[in-house]
Design a protein around this ligand. Structure first.
Ligand code: ZN
Length: 279
């Protein structure tokens, strides 16, 4: 696989009780960072995996019923730490970013989409379809804020489901195939069912870490993968499918047991966020 460089971007955080994300967890509120990943492809240039929080999230949660989202998971975001601002500071102007890969349509993963107007958007058709289902209250309850989906989104979209299937390196077992996003085998999207309809991760050959599996929200932490401890059914059932969430987590646990050196990065993992240098 072609090597890509990766630069994790910490784009703010929200707070909610640990017990919402980890069965048997504490009632005390904990901080959940939102980590986006800037990838540098030798030919395609800058590629962003998820956008994390963005000032657009605050604007989208001003009105009701969307404001409930902000009340349930209070968000802290410095506008200078949005993915777009950080890309620009690193020498990759957002308008020059050619590819945006969205793991799923929860607001804390797509809020910055508007800031990358020229990017092809790689995402799941199932996720986009789900995002457009039902009224605003139902969508907000599922973690979707439709105001964050730009009007030209569909015209720029390339769906995971339509990409050619490509074998994953054997080190990724029990995961065996991915969707080849760029046609060169360098970015392989892997469906990780359960968290919500149309939830996918991404496997790449990272110049620093070797094989790197960005698992998005298939787990809230590395600890949950190591111990195979899912979120409570209340949370997984509200957002998606409890049985599939547990099955996917168990497969990640198996992968970790077989190959503990393979790097896994959940989007909201405090352990991963702690590795990122502060401003
Ligand atoms: Zn999510």
């Amino acid at each position: 696989m072609r090597e890509l460089a990766s630069i994790p971007l910490l784009t703010g955080h929200c707070r909610h009780p640990e017990m919402m994300t980890l069965r048997g967890g504490s009632l005390l509120p904990r901080s959940y960072p939102a980590v986006a990943m800037l990838l540098i492809h030798p030919l395609e240039g800058a590629i962003l995996f998820d956008t994390g929080y963005d000032p657009a999230f605050l604007a989208a949660t001003e009105p009701f019923p969307e404001r409930f989202y902000r009340w349930v998971t209070p968000v802290t975001l410095d506008p200078q730490r949005s993915a777009a601002a950080q890309c620009a500071a690193l020498g990759y102007p957002p308008q020059e970013v050619r590819h945006l890969v969205l793991s799923h349509f929860h607001a804390d993963h797509i809020a910055g989409t508007h800031a990358f107007p020229n990017a092809r958007i790689h995402c799941a058709r199932a996720g986009l379809d789900e995002a457009h289902k039902g009224g605003r209250i139902a969508a907000t309850r599922r973690g979707v804020l439709r105001a964050l989906i730009p009007p030209d989104f569909t015209a720029r979209a390339s769906f995971f489901e339509d990409r050619p299937s490509f074998p994953l390196p054997s080190a990724c077992a029990p995961f065996d195939r991915g969707a080849d996003l760029l046609g060169d085998g360098s970015l392989l999207a892997v469906e990780l069912p359960g968290h919500c309809p149309g939830h996918w991760g991404l496997v790449l050959n990272d110049a620093r870490w070797g094989l790197h599996f960005l698992v998005a929200d298939a787990a809230w932490s590395l600890d949950a993968i190591r111990r195979d401890v899912p979120p409570p059914a209340l949370t997984s059932g509200l957002l998606g499918n409890t049985g599939r969430t547990r099955e996917t987590l168990h497969r990640l646990h198996q992968l970790h047991r077989r190959n503990p050196d393979l790097r896994l990065t959940p989007c909201h993992c405090s352990e991963r966020a702690a590795e990122i240098a502060g401003p």
